[in-house]
Design a protein around this ligand. Structure first.
Ligand code: NAP
Length: 261
């Protein structure tokens, strides 16, 4: 297996460490590297896939949408999300999948929490992937209200301006904005006034974020972004290799690495 993650920048990606650990644990001979691909330079990496020099790819910013025209087919996960984070090959066909949304949904399911009314903060690519994978009632609140409205119209859900949200109405709150992400760790996307919900943050650098620290201080249950990261990778690994990797082992590898950073 010759696998890679492409993005720009890509040097700090944890994907090579995680996939390499799973390849080794499964006794599979292979390597997984990080390739810095500048915007507009996807043709070279696609040629390497078609020539059999690479067997599969994970795709991150800024290529998740730009790679679509180069592929032969999209899974429903990718066409619904309008973005691809995994490319794998069957025969001569290059297939695009999006495992971000299902990665998050599975990490949410793993908590055992039953979600009936979900509030999503943010209306970007990650929010789109998660909404497209959720089967539950969703409300989207975003800094730019028009972006929330656009997403709500597309996925038949509710939209609210960020300052009009009543947190009491939701049993699950998910931050999908980058607010609070390293190096801006002293920022939080919202004040948890009146919240009684499970508070999720898809950020994993740092973990916990200020939002999750505040939730824990208020006695609320929390879910960080590590589960989503490991979950999306696990689903990609299965597409690449046919193997189901050990989620708990992957989570342990990533948490240890994050602690050491
Ligand atoms: P994106 O497409 O750029 O969307 C960002 C969203 O956040 C937009 O809705 C934007 O609002 C909002 N936003 C940005 N800055 C804000 C601020 N200062 N105040 C309020 N809202 C703000 O980004 P993305 O691809 O969705 O990624 C978002 C986050 O998810 C990143 O932190 C990324 O690391 C994380 N992520 C985690 C995983 C994982 O595996 N755990 C996977 C994917 C992404 P506007 O519409 O107003 O611009």
């Amino acid at each position: 297996m010759r696998l890679a993650v492409i993005g720009h920048p890509i040097a700090h990606s944890l994907s090579p460490m995680l996939h390499s650990a799973w390849l080794e644990a499964a006794g599979l001979f292979g390597c997984y590297t990080a390739l810095d691909v500048e915007p507009g330079r996807l043709d070279t990496v696609i040629r390497r896939l078609r020539d059999g020099e690479l067997d599969g790819l994970n795709v991150t910013i800024p290529h998740k949408e730009a790679i679509i025209p180069y592929l032969d087919r999209l899974e429903e996960s990718a066409s619904r999300a309008g973005a691809v984070n995994t490319v794998y090959r069957i025969g001569n066909e290059l297939i695009g999948a999006n495992t971000d949304g299902t990665g998050f949904v599975k990490s949410l399911e793993r908590t055992g929490h039953v979600s009936k009314d979900i509030l999503i903060i943010g209306a970007g690519g990650a929010a789109r992937g998660i909404i497209s994978a959720l089967k539950t009632k969703v409300t989207v609140a975003n800094r730019t209200y028009e972006h929330a409205l656009r997403l709500a119209a597309e996925f038949d859900c509710e939209a609210l301006p960020l300052d009009a949200v009543d947190l009491k109405s939701f049993d699950t709150i998910i931050n999908t904005t980058p607010v609070g992400m390293s190096p801006n760790t002293l920022q939080s996307p919202l004040v948890l006034d009146g919240a009684t919900a499970l508070v999720c943050d898809i950020i994993y650098r740092p973990t916990p974020t200020l939002l999750l620290k505040e939730a824990a201080r208020l006695g609320l249950p929390t879910l960080d972004g590590v589960g989503m990261f490991v979950g999306q990778a696990a689903e990609a690994f299965t597409r690449f290799t046919g193997n189901t990797p050990d989620f708990a082992y992957g989570e342990q590898v990533i948490r240890k690495q994050l602690e050491e950073q």
